[in-house]
Design a protein around this ligand. Structure first.
Ligand code: IDP
Ligand code: MG
Length: 161
């Protein structure tokens, strides 16, 4: 049963995480990547990109009625963004916990935004907020061939199988 590849596939969960231009410019890439890596999640895709404004608008489409939408999209497209896909059991929901509340004024200490950011407009990181958005965002930012399927040696220690 544990050897059944279809059972393994059912457990596979992936989320889209991006370090925004402020996080990149502030030299926080390794700090942020290491928090996901040390938790035990598996990095399956990573690239540094400068998204166009139109691409940023697509990414944040659900926020287009909000007053900060234009500034947000201007900012996301203002410089390099580190786009990543992380995999692991529960990574979508727990990834959001690692990131912390949207407004760093409300993010708990110990979270990425709580420890490393001060204002909501410069909160350094994005993470998918659910399974549907994770799927859409991964498809928006990455081509299928950019996602790397591989076994990680740590998995048997992380998951006990
Ligand atoms: P999230 O990034 O925690 O998922 P969302 O509500 O999806 O939060 O908002 C997307 C991004 O828009 C936030 O990360 C933040 O950069 C920005 N944002 C959200 N609310 C405000 C606001 O009230 N003023 C300015 N920027 C905001
Ligand atoms: Mg969001």
């Amino acid at each position: 049963m544990l050897q059944d590849p279809s059972a393994e596939a059912a457990e596979l969960e992936r989320t889209f995480i991006a370090i925004k231009p402020d996080g990149v410019q502030r030299g926080l890439i390794s700090e942020i990547v290491s928090r996901f890596e040390r938790k035990g999640y598996k990095l399956v895709a990573i690239k540094l990109v400068v998204p166009s404004k139109q691409f940023a608008e697509q990414h944040y489409e659900d926020l287009k009625e909000r007053p900060f939408f234009n500034g947000l999209c201007e900012f996301l497209s203002s410089g390099p963004v580190l786009a990543m896909v992380w995999e692991g059991q529960g990574v979508i929901k727990y990834g959001r916990k690692l990131i912390g509340a949207t407004d760093p004024q409300n993010s708990e200490p110990g979270t990425i935004r709580g420890d490393l950011a001060i204002i909501v407009g410069r909160n350094i990181i994005h993470g998918s907020d659910g399974p549907e958005t994770a799927k859409n965002e991964i498809n928006l930012w990455f081509k299928p061939e950019e996602l790397v399927n591989y076994a990680h040696n740590s998995e048997k220690w992380l998951y006990g199988k």
